[in-house]
Design a protein around this ligand. Structure first.
Ligand code: NAG
Ligand code: NAG
Ligand code: NAG
Ligand code: NAG
Ligand code: NAG
Ligand code: NAG
Ligand code: NAG
Ligand code: NAG
Ligand code: NAG
Ligand code: NAG
Length: 748
């Protein structure tokens, strides 16, 4: 095979033109850096510099270019279209291999016999155009030859497909890497046919996408040269990044050596964030990312701070956040921080408010407390606390001293006056059950208002009543003066009132009577004691079954001195507002308002009637004539039909006499004129006597039938005739009987 028209690469020095301007880091000073429209970046160059001692404008002679006719740039005899420093590539026009038949002179076999330039495998294709044709690309260096190529046949024009190079009329192959010192050759399978055939054969390396097949090319390709992309390298063939001598090292400041993709020499690349020409003596220069269109990815130029070899996206002073475009951006205050700040503020605010409220509450409670203390003091004073204290101070027997309770003690004991602890409500107030700190169960009586003018009197009473130590009188433990209305603290009596005891009793029999008699005697004894035995006579003023309490052993306890009045020793009667309970109220007292001990006697009489009849002392439900139990009872007694009004079941042969006697005693107590009534002492004695006798007769029932029978007979004669009183052997009793005989007729 004879090859003609071999194109040899020769270096042509030509005139160079000097047009336009480029970045100073692309060429050496004093060098022409353009040729026509082409730029000439270092390490390429033309000629010697006019400065720097006329040093060459290129790195080494292989980079020397020429500028022909001031417009066309050449490297050797190849026209240079473009030089790319970054990718170490250059685009040149290279020749097409033609084959028209062995006898034709137009046949060409172009070669590019340089070591430092290799065909860029990625940027080019090897193409063969023709029918019954093939072409190949040889690379021979280092004593080895590498080849690639393709074949193309035609079976009729109709098979051609313009724009497509896929084996019919045109074939193409990728180019392996590291092809250098190349030869391109086109051939035909049957050379004898060629002259008579329309199509000829062409082979060439061409830059990707720079050749489009057309069926017309089979007759003749319209160009002789095609652009190809070459890779170039610096250094010698045997050089690599680790072996290159420092003296010849081409990579300048801020650049690095790269030999990854080459087996010839090496390349230089700018460090990160640097740009420019790594081969230029000045090296790479910092990229001012802030000046780039996207400000290096920062939100704006204002958010960008460039520095040598670096830059950062920041937020202006007073702002926080991420200055990059894709980031959260800059905010006056970072949202998270703002929330934190707000939260902090809120916390501080809330804290401050809480503190203020807390302090306010404390101050208020202190104020309230002091007010309360003041009030308590005021009440204490108003309620005669100091007077009482004084009085108590004079007392010698400390066991009898009424305790002055504090308001808080009482509050605690009654669970803050818990409604559920109310055990009684009456005309004089409310009674709470309470438990003191020492577990003593107490009854706390909260009276209705007390007249300020009566405070001295009240204190006196507390003083006196607290001294009463009688087994049948509810013990006053003390009082509390720190409340508006003084509170009285009594011992707690468990079994309720006598009233309940009478009016709820279902089964009534002789036992009942015995108990009732016992109670009557005990109450009488207590009242007698109050009237006479106590240091100052005390008129209870509200004797009624509701005010007589019973403990677990049915022992009577007279209670409720709320209305009681002390009678000064030199007086026998006290003028007061008429006060008491309807049905029990002394008619004389009602008329005169003169309170005497006899008022209690009258009331006690009513209680006796209650015990006898089991009826309530006053009941609107009853017919008018029977509405007032005392009147009703007396009328029956007068008629001689006493036993009709005695509670059914209670009466029997054994207690008939006793009941009669008690009935008479009750009648005496109920006399209209107080002075005609017996004293409480007399009543007590009589009842006690009866009890003793009854006890006696009970015990000796079987032995002493006669006596008992006698007593019964005697009593049954007439309620008005109590002739023989010797049995009782008591003066008081006798005198009472006398009284009875005189008075009972009165007004009834
Ligand atoms: C640069 O080009 C101008 C004309 O274009 C020429 O006169 C000059 O000699 C050239 N300089 C070098 C160093 O080649
Ligand atoms: C450029 O300089 C070199 C020596 O540095 C010299 O040999 C060469 O002739 C010079 N070429 C031109 C065109 O001046
Ligand atoms: C340069 O210009 C001359 C005259 O204009 C021309 O003859 C010659 O072919 C040109 N050279 C190139 C390489 O274009
Ligand atoms: C380049 O290729 C030719 C043959 O095409 C060969 O003779 C020559 O030795 C090669 N050069 C190198 C440096 O391998
Ligand atoms: C291909 O294109 C050319 C010119 O554009 C045309 O003459 C020819 O007929 C086309 N061939 C086919 C097969 O379309
Ligand atoms: C070439 O073509 C001629 C005529 O068609 C044929 O006789 C000959 O065998 C072919 N040669 C080859 C190598 O195919
Ligand atoms: C560099 O070249 C030397 C000698 O030519 C060789 O031994 C070494 O492996 C090369 N290093 C690289 C990274 O190619
Ligand atoms: C190399 O670059 C660094 C940073 O850009 C600079 O400080 C230093 O002076 C440069 N060295 C030379 C030799 O240019
Ligand atoms: C810019 O960056 C330099 C170096 O990192 C630093 O000293 C300077 O304070 C920065 N300026 C601003 C506005 O962030
Ligand atoms: C080669 O390709 C480039 C872009 O890929 C295009 O601009 C140019 O026109 C093409 N040249 C030819 C001859 O097809």
């Amino acid at each position: 095979m004879e090859v003609k028209g071999i194109v040899l690469l020769t270096i042509i020095v030509a005139l160079l033109s000097f047009v336009g301007s480029v970045s100073s880091t692309q060429f050496l000073t004093g060098c022409n850096y353009t040729c026509g429209n082409s730029k000439i970046p270092y390490p390429f160059g033309i000629g010697n510099s006019t400065e720097q001692g006329n040093a060459p404008c290129y790195l080494d002679p292989k980079f020397e270019l020429s500028c022909v006719n001031n417009s066309i740039l050449y490297i050797g005899n190849l026209q240079v279209l473009d030089i790319d420093i970054l990718h170490t590539q250059m685009e040149v026009l290279f020749y097409v291999s033609k084959y028209y038949g062995y006898e034709y002179e137009e046949n060409t076999k172009p070669t590019l016999n340089t070591e430092w330039l290799s065909i860029s495998s990625k940027e080019n294709k090897f193409i063969t155009v023709g029918c019954d044709s093939y072409g190949y690309l040889d690379s021979t260096y280092n004593s080895n030859t590498y080849s690639t190529g393709c074949l193309t046949r035609c079976h009729g024009n109709e098979m051609f497909d313009n724009g497509t190079c896929s084996g019919i009329g045109c074939c193409q192959v990728d180019i392996p890497s590291r092809m250098r010192n190349i030869t391109v050759e086109a051939f035909s399978f049957n050379e004898s046919l060629l002259p008579s055939r329309i199509c000829r054969t062409y082979s060439f390396v061409v830059k990707n996408n720079n050749y489009s097949f057309s069926s017309t090319h089979l007759k003749g390709l319209p160009f002789k040269e095609v652009p190809i992309v070459l890779d170039w390298h610096v250094g010698e063939f045997e050089d690599n990044c680790s072996t290159v001598s420092k003296k010849n090292y081409a990579c300048m400041n801020n650049s690095f050596c790269d030999d990854k993709h080459t087996d010839f020499g090496y390349r230089c690349k700018c460090n990160k964030n640097y740009e420019g020409n790594p081969y230029h003596p000045d090296g790479c220069t910092d990229i001012n990312e802030c000046e780039t269109p996207n400000h290096g990815g920062c939100k704006s130029k204002a958010n960008c701070n460039n520095s040598d070899g670096n830059y950062n996206c920041f937020c202006p002073v007073g702002q926080f956040g991420d200055g990059t475009k894709g980031g959260t951006g800059c905010q006056p205050v970072k949202p998270h921080d703002r929330n934190g700040y707000l939260m902090l503020l809120t916390l501080i605010g809330v804290g401050a408010v809480l503190i203020v409220v807390f302090v306010g509450i404390i101050l208020y409670s202190i104020y309230q407390k002091s007010r309360l203390i003041k009030l308590k003091k005021k009440f204490y004073k108003q309620n005669g606390g100091s007077i009482l204290e004084q009085k108590l101070g004079q007392r010698k027997d400390s066991s009898q001293i009424a305790h002055i309770f504090s308001e808080s003690e009482i509050r605690k004991a009654t669970n803050n006056y818990d409604e559920s602890l109310i055990i009684g409500r009456g005309g004089f107030g409310t009674v709470f059950k309470g438990e003191l700190a020492d577990n003593t169960i107490v009854a706390v009586k909260k009276s209705k208002t007390i007249d300020a003018s009566q405070i001295d009197q009240f204190i006196n009473e507390v003083d006196v009543v607290s001294q009463i130590n009688h087994r049948n009188v509810v013990k006053l433990l003390g009082c509390c003066l720190e409340t508006q209305v003084p509170l009285l603290v009594y011992e707690f009596i468990t079994n309720g009132t006598l009233s309940d005891f009478i009016h709820t009793q279902v089964k009534v029999n002789n036992e009942t009577w015995k108990t009732r008699l016992k109670i009557a005697a005990e109450v009488a004894g207590a009242l007698s004691y109050l009237h006479s035995a106590a240091t100052i006579p005390i008129i209870h003023r509200d004797v009624k079954s509701d005010n007589i309490l019973l403990d677990g052993t049915d022992t009577a306890k007279v209670s409720d001195f709320g209305a009681s009045r002390l009678v000064p020793l030199d007086q026998t009667e006290v003028a007061t507002m008429v006060q008491g309970t309807i049905g029990y109220l002394d008619p004389e007292y009602m008329q005169t308002s003169q309170l005497t001990e006899k008022s209690d006697v009258y009331s006690f009489g009513v209680v006796l009637v209650e015990l006898l009849t089991g009826e309530k002392p006053f009941c609107f439900g009853r017919p008018e004539e029977t509405r007032n139990l005392a009147m009703y009872f007396l009328s029956f007694l007068k008629k001689g039909s006493l036993f009709q009004v005695i509670q059914g079941g209670m009466l029997n042969e054994g207690n008939k006499q006793e009941i009669k006697e008690v009935a008479i005693l009750a009648a005496e107590c109920l006399r209209v004129k107080g002075e005609e009534r017996p004293t409480m002492k007399e009543v007590a004695m009589e009842l006690e006597g009866m009890r003793l006798m009854e006890k006696h007769s009970w015990i000796n029932e079987d032995i002493n039938v006669e006596e008992s029978h006698y007593l019964l007979n005697e009593s049954s004669s007439s309620i008005y005739e109590h002739g023989d009183s010797s049995k009782h052997g008591d003066i008081g009793y006798d005198s009472l009987k006398d009284h009875a005989l005189i008075v009972m007729d009165d007004g009834r």
